[in-house]
Design a protein around this ligand. Structure first.
Ligand SMILES: [Cu+2]
Length: 114
């Protein structure tokens, strides 16, 4: 009986991931970070150029730069599959001329329901 209780207590885990961006693209391809609902999710994002990242669904925005990796840190309350996109600071993107190119997914966060 006690065993069952202790397993339930550690069910919400802390999940850590690494994402490395080179010229705005994920160095190891577009990965899917799979977690369970209510997990704490930590993604460290290193980059060779300044970038703003946006986790859709949760609507979290974080900044990353070469000297200061981005740290995405949230509790996975909502289940589903959410794209993490990069918002380019390229002038063409700001004018809305290259919207799809400046807003591609660099990773996905998949939150599986309990
Ligand atoms: Cu976005």
């Amino acid at each position: 009986m006690l065993l069952g209780i202790s397993i339930a207590a550690v069910e919400a885990a802390e999940q850590q991931f690494q994402l490395s961006l080179k010229a705005g693209s994920p160095e190891n391809g577009v990965q899917t970070f799979k977690v369970r609902q209510n997990d704490r999710v930590l993604v460290t994002i290193s980059t060779d150029r300044k970038a703003e990242l946006h986790l859709h669904g949760y609507d979290v925005k974080i900044a990353a730069q070469p000297a200061l990796p981005g740290q995405l840190d949230f509790i996975a309350k909502i289940s589903g599959r959410f794209p993490l996109t990069i918002h380019s600071h390229h002038p063409a993107n700001q004018k809305g001329l290259k919207l799809t190119g400046g807003h591609g997914a660099v990773a996905y966060v998949e939150v599986h329901p309990k």
